[in-house]
Design a binder for this molecule. Structure first.
Ligand code: CTP
Length: 205
């Protein structure tokens, strides 16, 4: 099976030296790619700017912005692929990117933003799995996202809990399904969670 995994943050530049982004380390996405490759799948890892080594057996495509990420995903995804969206994609980008550095006096007081494409929602393939990093009403909003984006499953975590979220080596997550079923998992390493996700996806074939 071909797995396409998105990982890490995206950067949305305002000028050549300034961008909007988030603290995603890419660890969870890289772990999913590594475990999928270990299980014998063909794996494409579409990675935002992160400081991580490419896992063995994984084909990596580096990207910067959400629009680059969507283009790279479309380039490798086919009808039979599984797409696992682990990336923390920036939902918005500055409407205008200046061609040169904006000096203090030129900086606008407000920055106009426009929506980025939703990568998971805008492609079709055999199975799609999402991630949801939430700070409140975690399970309810995850189930809604699962249905809206036509996902087979969403891995939801409350990033306010100790040991969960950005930059940590562990995660505290639940698998949420479109019918509202929830499987709560104990706190575990991102590697072990990645193995469980790949095992769960493998059951669909
Ligand atoms: N995602 C994506 N493209 C985007 C935004 C999100 O592919 N532009 C994917 C993420 O990789 C993740 C899932 O969608 O797998 C959920 O991301 P999240 O930002 O929580 O979803 P949103 O739909 O943006 O939710 P919200 O309305 O809460 O911002």
């Amino acid at each position: 099976m071909r797995f396409v995994v998105t990982a890490g943050p995206t950067r949305e530049f305002l000028d050549p030296v300034r961008f909007l982004s988030n603290p995603s380390s890419g660890k969870m996405g890289f772990a999913v790619a590594e475990e999928a490759a270990k299980s014998g799948h063909e794996v494409f890892l579409v990675a935002g700017p992160v400081n991580l080594k490419t896992p063995k057996g994984v084909k990596r495509i580096d990207v910067t912005s959400a629009r680059d990420m969507l283009k790279a995903v479309k380039g490798v995804l086919d009808r039979d692929s599984v797409l696992v969206g682990v990336a923390a994609v920036a939902d918005f980008r500055p409407k205008v990117k200046a061609a040169r550095k904006l000096h203090k006096g030129e900086m606008p007081e407000t920055i106009e933003l426009v929506r980025n494409p939703d990568i998971l929602a805008s492609v079709k393939c055999r199975h799609k799995v999402g991630f949801a990093a939430e700070t409140d009403r975690v399970l309810e909003s995850a189930a809604g996202k699962c249905r809206r984006k036509r996902l087979g499953m969403i891995v939801a975590n409350d990033v306010t809990r100790p040991g969960a979220g950005f930059g940590t080596d562990t995660n505290l997550a639940s698998f949420v399904f479109p019918d509202g079923n929830v499987e709560r998992l104990p706190i575990m390493s991102k590697r072990r969670l990645a193995r469980k996700i790949v095992e769960r996806i493998s059951k669909w074939f």
